[in-house]
Design a protein around this ligand. Structure first.
Ligand SMILES: C[S@@+](CC[C@H](N)C(=O)[O-])C[C@H]1O[C@@H](n2cnc3c(N)ncnc32)[C@H](O)[C@@H]1O
Length: 318
């Protein structure tokens, strides 16, 4: 602005410079318009006003599936044994059939979703992330399991941190011809849900399901195969998880661990595991079908490889 005039465009003799007044008015309008634009953007999409965090649930949930699982709501509770049909635990859930097709063959598991909303105690207690949904890493791990059923033949298998479905472990139990399958999580609500789910599916073997926290140092059985999906981003629990893997994995066993990079959390897991004595093989392209789904998602502006794409790590002792 011309320094000889005041903010209203008046010069020292109080003559009005209309050009100056118009310029000032336009400048104010522009600022106001800019402010409204920022506010509208924030209201329309809160994510645009915040940087996405690789471990923040909201950022991760922007891509909720790789479309490898078909979900169909079941209108009749798929109870296997008639004596269970009057139990409330079945009615308190909505039932879905999760199916996946691999090389022309369909594989499915019925999964219950709790209808009840979570109490404050549920939310503030042990980590609740496994009760939110079936995460894409569990989905891609399930697809990997169904594509490689031979890996589980005559093996003892455990899933760690399997959340509300332990879906990958249940696919092994139903189709993998394993000698034993145990599915676990540290969260009691997740485990209750999986125990109910197990009663609504047919298995040829007994499927064990219990609460298992990675920090518990109970002398544990050593398994041929360990499955684990989306459990690497907990900074506080990573060392416990690695120690638990070490205690639970047989010397000639293998752990299939699926997780997105999520910042540097996956690399931290690999580094810490290698210093514990593990050999880690990071496999980005482990399935042509999953890879094609990834390529299709690259055009989606909500998709971020680092946050969303589940990478496979094969972990062995020797
Ligand atoms: C992001 S969820 C993944 C759940 C499931 N694997 C999926 O991908 O849908 C992480 C899971 O790890 C479990 N978890 C976290 N810390 C744990 C711990 N210290 N011991 C056992 N489980 C734990 C949580 O209860 C939760 O179910």
């Amino acid at each position: 602005m011309d320094q000889s005039k005041d903010i209203f465009g008046l010069d020292s003799k109080y003559n009005i410079d209309f050009q100056e007044v118009l310029r000032f008015g336009n400048e104010k309008k522009k600022v106001a318009r800019r402010r409204w634009a920022i506010l509208a953007k924030a209201l329309k999409s809160p994510s645009e006003s915040q940087p996405s965090s690789p471990t923040d649930e909201f950022s991760v949930r922007r891509i909720s599936s790789f479309m490898l699982l078909k979900t169909q709501e079941l209108h009749v509770v798929p109870i296997m044994s008639p004596e269970n049909q009057y139990c409330d635990q079945f009615k308190k859930r909505t039932w879905y059939k999760y199916s996946t097709r691999v090389n022309g063959t369909d594989y499915f598991i019925n999964v219950g979703h709790r209808n009840r909303t979570f109490s404050a105690e549920d939310l503030m207690g042990f980590n609740n992330t496994g009760n939110v949904c079936i995460w894409p890493s569990e989905e891609t791990l399930s697809y990997f399991v169904c594509s490689n059923l031979g890996h589980f033949l005559n093996k003892s298998v455990i899933e760690l941190g399997g959340g509300m479905s332990c879906l990958a472990g249940l696919f092994v139990a139903k189709y993998g011809n394993a000698t034993s399958v145990t599915v676990t999580d540290g969260n009691k609500l997740s485990v209750d849900n999986v125990q109910t789910t197990i009663k609504c599916n047919e298995f040829d073997i007994e499927v064990k399901c219990h609460v298992f926290k990675w920090s518990s140092f109970e002398p544990s059985y050593q398994y041929d195969v360990i499955l684990c999906a989306d459990c690497l981003f907990f900074d506080d629990a990573r060392a416990d998880l690695i120690e638990c893997l070490w205690n639970c994995l047989a010397n000639d066993g293998i752990a299939y661990i699926m997780a997105p990079e999520r910042g540097d959390t996956l690399d931290k897991f690999i580094l810490q595991s290698e210093s514990r004595g593990f050999i880690c093989k990071k496999i980005v392209n482990y399935s042509t079908v999953v890879w094609e789904k990834r390529l299709a998602l690259l055009d989606n502006c909500d998709y971020n490889d680092n946050i969303h794409y589940p990478v496979l790590i094969e972990v062995t002792k020797f």
